[in-house]
Design a binder for this molecule. Structure first.
Ligand SMILES: CC(C)(COP(=O)(O)OP(=O)(O)OC[C@H]1O[C@@H](n2cnc3c(N)ncnc32)[C@H](O)[C@@H]1OP(=O)(O)O)[C@@H](O)C(=O)NCCC(=O)NCCS
Length: 349
């Protein structure tokens, strides 16, 4: 039966309504199965972001459908030569697949392996990464020869449980302990003139994140990439918020960002938080996180949760988050395997 199933590339910009209907139907099933408690990303938001050209990351979309019903979806990602991360990331390919529950264990995900292999060969990639928080995903990725490389914990903070007097104290103590340091808050895109300095400092800080054993190249943020991100937020309605600290010489020493989305008003997303290594140990991390939480509480009175993700090994960040009241919600594992290992799997099928 599965012999008749053919992986077919999808171009979001030329795909017709039939495609979007069967794709959104599969997205709903996936959401109901894997993320029932999370807000659902609306169809028009997904369509807009998939249609938006991305000069920095190539998106590879494929479907397997039968009689007008999508059975499986595949999404791959790889860096483009225009991405300043290209040199250190071009050996990496990232992949994600989903198969309808009633169509599993028939070898359908296995049909993606030659597709991934060909895309990797075209890009010159030698390592493929995939992540899962599902028993079926762990079993499939282990069968594929994937090695667990990074454990990621999603944690959630219930705003009604927050000890707000502790947040106020962290905020006040941050300022008292570092009287020379100034805190700044930005709602929406940062001023254009700040982008070069902000991008450079963010690059430094992002590269201090522990990624455990994950094969990952350099992270390079540029003003062009930030502008692209702002173009996407303008399409999707996402509102970014930034809290940062500046030392007396004017340099940025810490940053934290939270996003609000119109279709997930009850759930804010805590994104990256980083403090420059030479400024650590002065309570800046607690200061910026507390200042951000106090700020978004006032801005969004209907928000109920803040969601964040950290590497399981990220002791300092998890310590701050746990003290704030973030509780572990689910755990995902990033697996990686080589092109060669995948080839032996393809040949064994
Ligand atoms: C992971 C997933 C894509 C696998 O799809 P599938 O079409 O059922 O996979 P296949 O039939 O091609 O499985 C190939 C082999 O993987 C292993 N495997 C897959 N699912 C398994 C399961 N639930 N339990 C045990 N082994 C499993 C088996 O060895 C299987 O071969 P076999 O059936 O001959 O024993 C599917 O279960 C899914 O969509 N899960 C949710 C999303 C997810 O976690 N994706 C992560 C991958 S990016």
């Amino acid at each position: 039966m599965i012999r008749q199933l053919v992986p077919t590339p999808v171009d979001p910009n030329s795909a017709g309504r039939d495609f979007w209907n069967r794709y959104h139907q599969l997205r709903r099933l996936r959401h109901k199965e894997l993320r029932p408690d999370d807000p659902f990303e609306p169809d028009e938001v997904v369509e807009k972001s998939m249609k938006k050209p991305n000069p920095f990351d190539l998106q590879h979309y494929y479907e397997i459908s039968r009689d007008g019903v999508m059975v499986s979806w595949f999404h791959g990602e790889s860096v483009t030569p225009a991405n300043p991360e290209y040199e250190t990331n071009k050996h990496l390919f990232w992949a994600d697949a989903y198969v309808r529950v009633e169509e599993r264990r028939k070898g359908i995900a296995t049909l993606w392996l030659p597709v991934i292999a060909r895309l990797m060969d075209e890009r010159g990639s030698t390592v493929v990464g995939m992540h899962t928080d599902q028993a079926s995903g762990h079993a499939f990725l282990t069968w594929l020869g994937g090695k667990p490389k990074l454990t990621d914990i999603e944690s959630r903070l219930k705003l009604s449980d927050v000890d707000w007097s502790m947040m106020q104290r962290w905020n006040d103590e941050g300022a008292t302990r570092s009287p020379q340091t100034k805190l700044e808050i930005y709602d929406g895109p940062l001023p254009e003139a700040m982008l070069p300095e902000f991008a450079a400092q963010r690059t430094t800080l992002l590269n201090t994140i522990p990624f455990e054993n994950l094969d990952i190249g350099d992270i390079v943020v540029t003003p062009e990439k930030i502008r692209h991100y702002y173009e996407v937020t303008a399409l999707t309605g996402e509102v970014p918020h930034e809290v940062l600290t500046r030392e007396s010489d004017g340099s940025i020493s810490g940053m934290t960002d939270v996003s609000w989305y119109p279709y997930r008003r009850k759930m804010l997303e805590q994104q990256f938080t980083g403090v420059r290594p030479d400024a650590r140990g002065r309570g800046l991390g607690k200061w910026i996180k507390a200042a951000m939480l106090l700020h978004v509480r006032d801005l969004y009175p209907d928000a109920e949760w803040v969601v964040t993700e950290n590497a399981e090994s990220n002791g300092p960040m998890l310590k701050i988050n746990r003290t704030m009241g973030f509780k572990s919600y689910r755990t995902a594992v990033e697996y990686q395997t080589t092109r060669d290992q995948m080839e032996s799997r393809i040949r064994a099928v």
